[in-house]
Design a protein around this ligand. Structure first.
Ligand SMILES: Cc1cc2nc3c(=O)[nH]c(=O)nc-3n(C[C@H](O)[C@H](O)[C@H](O)COP(=O)(O)O)c2cc1C
Length: 196
C-alpha cells in the first residue's frame, strides 16, 4: 500500500482577471494560512480563448497547459468574485475548457472548494450558489461546509498580507483544516469491503 506524505497541491483558480483583484489577494492570504498543510498553485485563466468546440480538434497551447495544470493538482480551489449576481464570464470560460473535450474533463473526481469575497454585503453568496450547481456537472467532490462568504474591507489584510482580524483568521484557519481533511479523505487508499 502506498501512503502519500507530500503536501497536497491545490490548483487555485481566481475568477477575476484584474491585477488588483481582491479575490486574488484573499486567496493568497488563505494560502499563507495554509502553509505546511496545503501547497497553493495559482493557475492563470486570462490567456484562454473563448470556448469554441471547433478548437477542440487542435487544443490551443494555453488550453492544453491549463488542463494539464488542473489535472496534475490534488485539489482545486475556486476563488470567485460575483459579477451581475453570478460568476464572471472568464471563470465560466475556464470551466468549459476544463470540462472539454468530451471524456477529457480535467476536473473529474478532484476534491474542490469555493471561496469568494466582495465589498458587497452578501459576500458572493449568489455567485457561489451558481458555481455549486456547475460543480455537480464538473464532477468535482465539493467541500460544502463551511461556506465562506466574505465581505472585503480596505483593512481586511495587514501590511504583510495577513488577515488583520482575529475572527477572520480563526474562521479561515478552520476552513483550511476542513479542506485539508477533505482532500486527505479523498486521497486515502480505498479499502473495499471483501464480499463474503
Ligand atoms: C461587471 C461587474 C458586476 C458586478 N456585480 C456584482 C455583484 O453582483 N455582486 C457583488 O457583490 N459585487 C459585484 N461587483 C463588484 C465586485 O464585487 C467588485 O468589483 C470586486 O472588486 C470584484 O472582485 P475582484 O477585485 O476579485 O475582481 C461587480 C463588478 C463588476 C465589474
Amino acid at each position: 500500500m502506498t501512503v502519500q506524505t507530500s503536501l497536497p497541491t491545490v490548483a487555485v483558480i481566481v475568477g477575476s482577471l484584474s491585477k488588483g483583484s481582491i479575490n486574488r489577494k484573499f486567496a493568497e492570504a488563505v494560502g499563507r494560512l495554509a502553509r505546511g498543510k496545503l501547497n497553493f498553485r495559482f493557475i492563470e485563466i486570462g490567456a484562454l480563448p473563448l470556448y469554441d468546440y471547433e478548437l477542440e480538434a487542435a487544443l490551443p497551447a494555453s488550453v492544453a497547459a491549463f488542463k494539464a495544470q488542473v489535472a496534475e493538482a490534488d485539489a482545486v480551489l475556486f476563488a470567485t468574485p460575483e459579477y451581475l449576481r453570478t460568476i464572471p464570464a472568464a471563470l465560466k470560460n475556464a470551466l468549459e475548457w476544463g470540462a472539454r473535450p468530451y471524456g477529457q474533463n480535467s476536473f473529474a473526481g478532484k476534491p474542490a472548494a469555493i471561496i469568494g469575497t466582495t465589498p458587497g454585503a452578501i459576500g458572493t453568496a449568489v455567485a457561489q450558489g451558481d458555481l455549486r450547481s456547475i460543480a455537480t456537472v464538473l464532477d468535482v467532490a465539493l467541500l460544502v461546509q463551511p461556506e465562506i462568504y466574505f465581505q472585503w474591507r480596505p483593512d481586511t489584510l495587514d501590511q504583510n498580507g495577513e488577515f488583520a482580524d482575529e475572527a477572520a483568521r480563526k474562521l479561515l484557519h478552520s476552513w483550511v483544516d476542513r479542506f485539508t481533511h477533505w482532500i486527505a479523505r479523498l486521497r486515502a487508499p480505498v479499502q473495499l469491503a471483501q464480499a463474503s
